[in-house]
Structure formats: C-alpha cells, structure tokens
Design a protein around this ligand. Structure first.
Ligand SMILES: *Cc1c(COP(=O)(O)O)cnc(C)c1O
Length: 458
C-alpha cells in the first residue's frame, strides 16, 4: 500500500521539549513599578514549578512520563503530504502538514493543557481556573484536568457561551464547570453586571474573573492557567515541530518554508521553533507566522511594552501589540483575535528570523474549503489562515517552477465552527480591513510605557 502519511512509532516520540530561551535574548516582563517581575510576584497565580519553567534557559526539558502517557492518546500526530491539494493547485511544490486536529479536543491546545495540569497537580493544586473565548482552550483544559484529576472552572465570554452551546457541552463532558462571563461569582464580574446586565462580555473581563477566582481561594489550592502567549506554553508546543522534523527526515525532505497561523503564537511556535534553531545555525529556511488582516499584530503593530490583558492585570510584556484595549473585528477565527503576541515570537520577528504575513478572512475560508475538498479534513477557521499562505507560496512556486518544500501546521479541525463555514457559503463574511487612523488610536495606550531594547541574539 502506498501512503502519503508519515507516522512515527511511539518510541520515536520526542522525550524532551525544545526551550528556545537557551538560544535567544529577551526583554524581561516588568511589574507596576517598572522593574522586572520576580517569580514570587507570580506565585499566587501560577505554581512555582511552572514559573521556574517560564524563566528556564535549559535548552532541553524532559517531558514527564505521566504527560508522555497522556500524549500517547493522540501523539505522535501524523505528518501528511497533501498530494491532492498540490494537484488541485497545479504546483510543483511539495506540501506537508502536521495534523494537530487529532487530539481529543480537536486542536493543538492539549499539548500544553496536559503538562500545565500535571505540574499544578505535582505542586499540590486541586483546581484550575481559566477563561475561554471561542471555547477551544476551555475544552482542552477540561480534557487535561479530567486526565490528571483536577477540578476545572472556565469563564466563557458571554456571547460565545450563548452562540456555541456545543463547546460548553464538550467541557461538561470532561467534567469542567463552565459559566458565562461576566458572572455573579466574582467582584470583577458583579461590577460589570451592575453597570451593564446585558453585556456580551470580553476576553479581558473573563481573564479578570478567572485570575480573581484563583487568587481569592483562601485554601491556596487554586491556580490560573493560560493557553498561549507565555514562554512555557511555547515550550510545550515544540513537541509538534520536533516530531515533524523526524517525520520529514524519513522522506529525505527539508522545508524551504514553514508556516503556521498566529493568534497568541503557540501553535506557530510549536511547528516553527525547532526550525528557527536550525536557521540560527545557518540553515536556509523561511518561516512565516500568518495572522488575519483584521488583527495585524505582527504585520502592523509595533514592538513595545504592553499589558497582555484589557484590565491591565498582567505585567508589561515586550511584544508586538495593537494596544491592550484593541477590540478586533468579529472575524470567525476567534483564536486569532488577540491584541498582543508571544514575547518570544515577537523577539524573533525583531531579529528577522521570522517573516510575518497577513491574509483576509475570505481568502482564508476559500483556501480552507479547497483543502477540505481535496484532503478531506475541514480545518479550523484559524488554520485556514495558514493554508491561505500555503496557497500563495504554492502559486509562486508554480510561476517560478521551483520544487519548494512547504510545511504547515493544521492547528485544529473546524467541526465545531461550521457556523462560520455556513456564513462563508452564504457570502456573509466580511474582510474587515483596519484604517491607519484606528490603529494609531488603539496604539496610543502604550505610548508612555517603557520601551524594550532591540536585542541581538545571533
Ligand atoms: C487557539 C487556537 C489558535 C490560536 O492560538 P495560538 O496560540 O496562536 O496557536 C489557532 N488554531 C486553533 C485551532 C486554536 O484552537
């Protein structure tokens, strides 16, 4: 039998995550006093073992056995040569994709949810709180907590809670407790409800509620978990790229171009960082994070110090940002509607190791539908952004006749996002370009903050 799928056996699975902090310089997060935050300041929010991982500069960090066992439910994930997609595009390029939609939650997010739950459990924590927008992170953390044996409480942005009942049911199926945010359970939630009982909620409000719920538990046995942006999240996701590299070695190919969609940066980091390491050591490879033109954090936002959340609870992070009060247009790729970006991904952009790209929502769905009709998988709206960039590169290869090797990450499937496909088929999707004036306004919020240094790692 001839197959286009490249498998790894369980014993070929990477046993360690790759920590890119060993190889690059970073501006530190700053506290309210303008000084670098200390691990102790984060202790009420995260367990100390994860805080240590957040700042670790060890190049390789061993994946605990218990995490490996849970990973093995869906890992190693397949690498697939998209032969039918190549044919439909008429390109000489070879297109490979890593299929992260095969996890129980349907996306890459369990790659970090499981180790986060594990380290919390080892530290003696009994319960995790978090926020979720579209529901992908809340469901991944519910799954992880059910495997590890922790309670899980999710504050889900009200409008999504009402619009996406299946996500809520998914969380419930794994035992997670999901409430609409703002809720009556926290001071932050009650204050907002008092002012506006019919508010649709926002990610900023939901973060405030989840953090408050964690730090106000007087037993000290509750912590908060975040699904993207932070260094330890990027670390855990590198299992994607490490596997992909081994799988590609079996084919004899090495990618000319690596592509992932970027919201907070974690699935992109996962597929890309092992190749960024090669690039820092002289390998020739182009690496593209792809965002929506409606939320152009890397392509149009400056590299600054800004808060990670709207309520300004988080430290100041050195990152590309559109301003912490920026409310992105309602594109259907909910996971890509974030004003900021992983500080590590941002640092790599400032060093020209990555070349950010932006595509429109309609081009993204067009590419995703062609992918579904040729390769079978119906991609998540977020993943469609990566696929749209793949189409651009495949068409370029067709013009030049070059046999480029393209690798991209399929971050998730779209089976719980079919409503957005329905809108695409009914021609009801908007491309939402943003004017320079509007961006300038939203970026005014960080003009008085300290400025990060332009550091050179290589
Ligand atoms: C959450 C999510 C994203 C965006 O988050 P990143 O941290 O940028 O990876 C992309 N794709 C899917 C399927 C998601 O669930």
């Amino acid at each position: 039998m001839k197959t286009n799928t490249i498998f790894l056996s369980p014993d070929e699975m990477p046993r360690q995550w790759y920590n890119i902090l060993a190889d690059i310089k970073m501006n530190p997060p700053l506290g309210p006093d303008g000084k670098p935050v200390t691990p102790e300041m984060l202790a009420p929010v995260f367990p100390m073992n994860l805080i240590e991982q957040e700042v670790s500069t060890e190049r390789w960090i061993t994946i605990p056995d218990e995490v490996m066992n849970i990973y093995s439910i869906w890992r190693p994930s397949p690498l697939i040569r998209a032969v039918n997609f190549e044919k439909a595009l008429g390109t000489p390029a070879k297109i490979y994709y890593k299929n992260e939609s095969v996890s129980p939650a349907g996306s890459h997010k369990p790659n970090t949810a499981v180790p986060q739950a594990y380290y919390n459990k080892v530290f003696g924590i009994k319960k995790l709180t978090t926020e979720t927008g579209a529901g992908q992170w809340g469901s991944a953390l519910s799954f992880a907590c059910s495997q590890i044996g922790l309670e899980c409480k999710i504050y889900m942005v009200r409008i999504s809670f009402d619009q996406k009942p299946y996500r809520k049911a998914q969380m419930q199926a794994w035992g997670g407790k999901c409430v609409a945010s703002p809720s009556n359970e926290t001071n932050a939630g009650r204050a907002i409800l008092a002012k506006d009982p019919n508010t649709p909620g926002s990610l900023g409000i939901a973060i405030s509620e989840a953090v408050e719920a964690a730090v106000s538990d007087t037993t000290g046995q509750t912590r908060y978990a975040l699904g993207s942006v932070l260094n330890h999240v990027m670390l855990h996701q590198t299992v994607i790229g490490l596997e992909a590299k081994k799988q590609l070695e079996k084919t004899g190919d090495y990618p000319d171009i690596v592509i992932g969609c970027a919201g907070g940066g974690s699935n992109f980091a996962g597929i890309a960082f092992p190749f960024v390491s090669d690039k820092m050591h002289g390998k020739k490879v182009e690496i593209y994070p792809v965002e929506p033109i409606a939320c152009p954090t890397l392509t149009r936002g400056p590299f600054v110090y800004d808060h990670g959340d709207t309520a300004r609870y988080t430290p100041l992070l050195a990152m590309h940002s559109l301003g912490h009060a920026f409310v992105p247009p309602p594109v259907h790729a909910g996971g890509l509607r974030y004003h900021g970006m992983s500080p590590i991904v941002s640092q790599l952009v400032t060093e020209n190791l990555l070349t950010p790209k932006a595509v429109s929502q309609i081009d993204a769905f067009k590419a995703g539908v062609l992918f579904a009709r040729t390769e079978g998988m119906i991609p998540a709206p977020e993943s469609n952004h990566a696929i749209a960039q793949v189409v651009i590169e495949a068409n370029r290869a067709k013009e030049t006749g070059e046999k480029k090797v393209i690798l991209f990450n399929l971050s998730g499937h779209g089976l719980l996002d079919l409503g957005s496909y329905e809108k695409y088929f009914a021609n009801e999707l908007d491309n939402y370009a943003i004017s320079d004036e509007d961006l300038a306004k939203s970026e005014a919020v960080f003009k008085d903050f300290p400025k990060p240094q332009l550091l050179k790692s290589i």
